[in-house]
Ligand binder design. Structure first.
Ligand code: SF4
Length: 279
């Protein structure tokens, strides 16, 4: 059986935290450049150019893309033929986040109690695990800004509302909140499962590269419709108007109950910080 030591996981997580905060993904950068080329308004182009310059400077100088370095969300896909040795997996991931944020001079933003709101640190991260075939560990890490996180929503639709109901709900919601989420945004959507599964799927959908669509054709179709409709809202970069309100709409789905149609929306901002590694 293949073995990996938790110390290796800790160090990879630490590196991913720093890279996520310094290096905007090439896919996000290209989508900002593409959006700038599509804009006709001078102000929208100017803001997009600032975001591009900011991302390039952050990478060159190893500085965070945004002062809000986010709450870290980690998805672990653990091969069932893999043996993790040397200690506790969750502790290793938590230590990796702590080390990465300390070493990288990244802002601590986590309060230990949501009501008392004391002891600001940058851990624990939010960790999800999934058992998969094989003997590899895939680590997917998002540094999630909470200006955009606060703009999430979930609705238990009636099953008969179907695709149209989903589109109406998402558009109504995004129209209301997009300008508060540091646009251009990435709209993550989870459909199906249960109340909490839909919310988790909406976050998971943010791990998909910009420009990739769902492999399920009717879901990809909803993504394309929503992408067009969100960009027609005219909210634009930084909320100052323009053709670019979103860079992508990503949907993940899961089977659900005959009486249910949960739909969750998790919005990410232009500082769309995602990195992954396979050990
Ligand atoms: S929502 Fe995103 S861009 Fe806005 S402050 Fe937070 S991390 Fe920065």
């Amino acid at each position: 059986m293949r073995q990996i030591d938790v110390s290796q996981i800790r160090d990879v997580v630490s590196e991913l935290c720093m890279r996520a905060n310094y290096e905007l993904g090439e896919d996000v950068l290209h989508s900002l450049e593409y959006a700038k080329a599509r804009e006709s308004e001078g102000r929208a182009q100017e803001i997009l150019q600032m975001l591009i310059d900011n991302a390039k400077l952050a990478k060159e100088e190893r500085l965070p893309i945004c002062q809000d370095t986010g709450i870290v969300v980690v998805f672990l896909e653990i091969g069932q033929a893999l043996h993790i040795v040397g200690g506790d997996l969750f502790r290793a991931v938590t230590l990796g986040v702590k080390n990465g944020y300390e070493k990288g001079y990244l802002r601590s933003s986590i309060v230990d109690d949501p009501i008392k709101r004391e002891n600001i640190d940058n851990v624990p991260p939010v960790i999800y695990t999934k058992i998969t075939p094989g003997d590899r560990l895939k680590i997917m890490l998002i540094s999630k800004g909470c200006g955009s996180e606060n703009m999430g929503s979930i609705k238990m639709l009636k099953p008969h509302e179907g695709g149209k109901g989903i589109i109406d709900f998402v558009i109504r919601w995004v129209r209301e909140v997009a300008s508060f989420a540091c646009p251009p945004i990435v709209v993550g959507i989870g459909i199906g499962g249960t109340f909490e599964k839909a919310a988790m799927l909406s976050k998971m959908s943010l791990c998909r590269k910009i420009g990739e669509f769902s492999p399920i054709s009717h879901i990809a179709n909803i993504e394309k419709i929503l992408f067009q409709q969100v960009n027609k809202l005219g909210i634009g970069p930084a909320g100052f108007g323009g053709r670019t309100t979103c860079l992508a709409v990503n949907i993940e789905t899961y089977p659900t109950h005959i009486a249910a149609l949960p739909v969750a929306v998790n919005i990410n901002c232009h500082a769309h910080r995602y990195k992954e590694a396979v050990i």
